[in-house]
Design a protein around this ligand. Structure first.
Ligand code: FAD
Ligand code: NAI
Length: 475
């Protein structure tokens, strides 16, 4: 007889492993199946996020930022650093160590919470009495059954039609994190989150970077004023971003890649590159799940169809994270994982989609929560706006990083905060205060009246809140 579990989670990324841990905390017998392999063929749970996403990209962003600081900013602090060199192999090895620490940490957490981990591919075999039979194909093959199944199989990089990833010249996010030497010329297609983060890494290390974007607007989902400020900073750094292009033929040759495209003026351009990174979004991953065996409903993009509670069309089958609708973010996947585990336990798990923060870890960082000014206008909401530039913040001056601002949008009548948008130093950390405030439905005045430590970047958030009422103290 196959092993029986209350909950079987397929996928051990942030959606899956967190769901497994929460379900175990709630007293269920839980299995988590993940197929990711490390270089030695062993288990490497943590999914895209840990292996080829959030964590390794932030490791490289950190290394490359140190390099940029040593080269360009130490001098203003009176530190002379001559002949600063980057050992790319060492940088990549450090990144791999950081990834491994996270893989090991997750394995430890699963064990600590008594989650049974299976290394292999999980797929639906059939409906079984009181649940579903799941086949696990790893080193050996076995069958387990679960009363409840949580699908958390994530997403894969979207390829450009006709240009498959070879991870040598044409790179997905995976290859982009493993380039062994700084390319002289790097082209990226798509100036979204990955394009900007990975473009920044390799530009800081000395590559000549061009990002080709199909849309005529830069970062269309970001508040326009913030996106404009960020674009100014990227231009100044020499990150070349071409908007409104139409990518044509791409030739992947022995020496590199040739990209043909039409620019916004309608001119034909030919661009040679040593490496090409394609960062045009991601597709939900249900490959190998054998959804047909049980009749699981997928949409036209291949995403698992779920309702607001992450329930699929099958009783007892749930899906979370990148494989379902909504933003493809690790923390969104985690929140859904927790909520589903709690719903299985009969509790009222909840994910507030209005307060999911976004962060782009470039320099300056870009972070936001809630609605943008353009969305509020489109929704016909009367609002007040207040902003505060880091240029007027003492801590930012001391840091030597005064780019950008904090901008707050509040309801014109109730003063409730509707959105906070930041471009500048440590925006990724600063946004947390805004998320808490919005989750508690705070008014701009609430933030304005809270004591913020001096000198700190967070005073800019307080000042932006004061500016909503047109009473900034330091600007
Ligand atoms: P995944 O992390 O993709 O995990 C799915 C797991 O399921 C994988 O381990 C996969 O091997 C496994 N799997 C799939 N099918 C099966 C099967 N049939 N059987 C067994 N196992 C299976 N998000 C952020 O919030 N912040 C960031 O800074 C950030 N940076 C990113 C940088 C890059 C370069 C990329 C590509 C993504 C980044 N993301 C970031 C997005 C984030 O990685 C995803 O939103 C997140 O990983 C989604 O989690 P998930 O659990 O849904 O899926
Ligand atoms: P993205 O959706 O952020 O950006 C894709 C960009 O490519 C868009 O600007 C789009 O207009 C453009 N594009 C699409 N097709 C094109 C074409 N044919 N030619 C030219 N441009 C084209 O997707 P990206 O950067 O691939 O990242 C995928 C997802 O991973 C993100 O949406 C995000 O959810 C997640 N991620 C999150 C990070 C974070 O939170 N810091 C970091 C990296 C990724």
């Amino acid at each position: 007889m196959s092993k029986q579990f209350d909950v079987v989670v397929i996928g051990g990324g942030p959606g899956g492993y967190i769901a497994a841990i929460r379900a175990a905390q709630l007293g269920f017998q839980v299995a988590c199946i993940d197929e990711w392999k490390n270089a030695a063929g062993g288990p490497a749970p943590g999914g895209t996020c840990t292996n080829v996403g959030c964590i390794p990209s932030k490791a490289l962003l950190q290394s490359s930022e140190h390099f940029e600081h040593a080269n360009h900013h130490f001098a203003e602090h009176g530190i002379s650093a001559k002949d600063v060199k980057m050992d790319v192999a060492k940088m990549l090895a450090r990144k791999d160590t950081v990834v491994k620490q996270n893989n090991d940490g997750i394995l430890y957490l699963l064990k600590k919470n008594k989650v049974t981990f299976f290394h292999g591919r999980g797929s639906f075999a059939s409906k079984a009495e009181g649940g579903y039979e799941i086949k696990v194909a790893g080193k050996t093959e076995e069958s387990i059954t679960g009363k409840n199944i949580i699908i958390a199989t994530g997403s894969n990089a979207r390829a450009l039609p006709g240009t498959p990833f070879d991870e040598v010249n044409v790179l997905s996010n995976d290859g982009a994190l493993r380039v062994g030497a700084v390319p002289k010329k790097l082209v990226l297609i798509g100036s979204g989150v990955i394009g900007l983060e990975m473009g920044s890494v390799w530009r800081r290390l000395g590559a000549e970077v061009t990002i080709l974007e199909g849309l005529p607007t830069f970062l269309g989902a970001v508040d326009e004023q913030i996106a404009k400020e960020a674009k100014k900073a990227f231009d100044k750094q020499g990150l070349k971003i071409e908007l409104g292009v139409k990518v044509g033929e791409i030739v992947n040759g022995k020496k590199g890649v040739t990209v043909n495209y039409t620019n916004a003026k309608g001119e034909a351009v030919v661009l040679d590159a040593d490496k090409l990174i394609i960062s045009i979004g991601r597709v939900p991953n249900t490959i190998g799940l054998n959804t047909e065996a049980v009749g699981l409903q997928l949409d036209e993009r291949g995403a698992v169809v779920v309702d607001a509670d992450c329930k699929t069309n099958l009783p007892g089958v749930w899906a979370v994270g990148d494989v379902v609708r909504g933003p493809m973010l690790a923390h969104k996947a985690e929140e859904e994982g927790v909520a589903v585990a709690e719903r299985i336990a009969g509790q009222h798990g909840h994910v507030n989609f209005n307060t999911i923060p976004w962060v782009i870890y470039t320099s300056p960082e870009i972070a936001w929560v809630g609605r943008t000014e353009q969305q509020l206008k489109a929704d016909g909401v009367a609002y007040k706006a207040g902003s505060f530039p880091f240029l007027a913040n003492g801590r930012a001056r001391a840091l030597g990083d005064t780019t950008g601002m904090v901008k707050m949008l509040a309801d014109a009548t109730t003063d409730e905060i509707l959105g906070v948008h930041i471009v500048g130093p440590q925006a990724s950390e600063l946004i947390a205060e805004a998320v808490v405030a919005m989750e508690f439905r705070a008014s701009a005045e609430d933030i304005a009246r809270i004591c913020h430590a001096h000198p700190s970047l967070s005073e800019s958030t307080k000042e932006a809140a004061l500016a909503v009422d047109k009473r900034s103290l330091n600007f």
